[in-house]
Design a protein around this ligand. Structure first.
Ligand SMILES: C[S@@+](CC[C@H](N)C(=O)[O-])C[C@H]1O[C@@H](n2cnc3c(N)ncnc32)[C@H](O)[C@@H]1O
Length: 217
């Protein structure tokens, strides 16, 4: 289990926090449906447009492959895969790999990239529909923190269960009061966020042995 930044090429929002600070409870309710409004609607409800951009994803998957020394025919699951951007780039980089994705969003599934859509299931990460030790690598980037604490723990146990070798989780976290404050100004869907040390304790508590990194506000 290691803290390692494997997402240094991952897309980052450059919108000012103050923009998001104006959201109200109705906006949060809309965002949490993970529908069109969240992905491709107004910025108040989420991404404000969730688009594929090779500049971010290509470098990220290449980095993951090298870090985990994945073989050409490795099996990879992306939990909370959205429209399948990362799976698409894994398939480009490693055409013989077995890929799978799961996401709670029907909208994301309907609008997933055509080449990876057949490998994506709509479902909830708290019960992954795969046998034990199915995948060489399981990723969950900014996904499990969208569940309340008990379900979040369950989701991490599920990731551990279906991973044969490696797992990499990214969650919202803070290291100090300033980041904590910024997190609560920014958040629209996250239900479980905490100090990095508390996350580390949680990972131990649930028996997670994979790697992890943080999204800081
Ligand atoms: C912040 S987005 C991240 C998407 C993608 N991993 C990425 O990095 O671009 C969070 C994703 O988690 C999905 N999600 C939220 N709750 C979920 C759940 N309980 N089970 C599965 N997916 C979930 C959302 O639909 C959304 O696609």
């Amino acid at each position: 289990m290691a803290e390692v930044n494997l997402i240094k090429f991952y897309p980052r929002s450059n919108k000012p926090v103050e923009t998001r600070a104006t959201v109200n409870n109705l906006d949060l309710e809309i965002a949490r449906k993970f529908g069109k409004d969240y992905f491709d609607g107004d910025r108040r409800h989420g991404y404000g447009g969730y688009y594929y951009h090779p500049r971010f994803w290509t470098e990220t998957v290449s980095y993951l492959r090298d870090y985990y020394k994945l073989s050409e025919n490795a099996s990879i699951l992306d939990v909370g895969c959205g429209k399948g951007f990362m799976l698409h780039d894994f398939k480009l980089l490693m055409p013989q790999a077995t890929i799978a994705g799961i996401d709670i969003s029907e909208y994301a599934y309907e609008n997933a990239m055509a080449d990876v859509k057949p490998y994506i299931k709509v479902g909830n990460t708290k019960t992954l529909p795969f046998p034990n030790k199915s995948f060489d690598l399981v990723t969950a980037i900014n996904t499990v923190h969208n569940l309340p604490l008990d379900k979040c723990k369950q989701a991490i146990r599920e990731i551990q269960r279906v991973s044969r070798l490696n797992a990499f989780i990214v969650v919202d976290a803070w290291r100090n009061d300033e980041e904590r404050e910024r997190h609560f100004k920014w958040v629209v869907t996250c239900l479980t966020a905490m100090h990095v040390n508390d996350w580390k304790d949680l990972f131990k508590e649930v028996g997670y042995t994979g790697d992890y990194y943080w999204t800081f506000s």
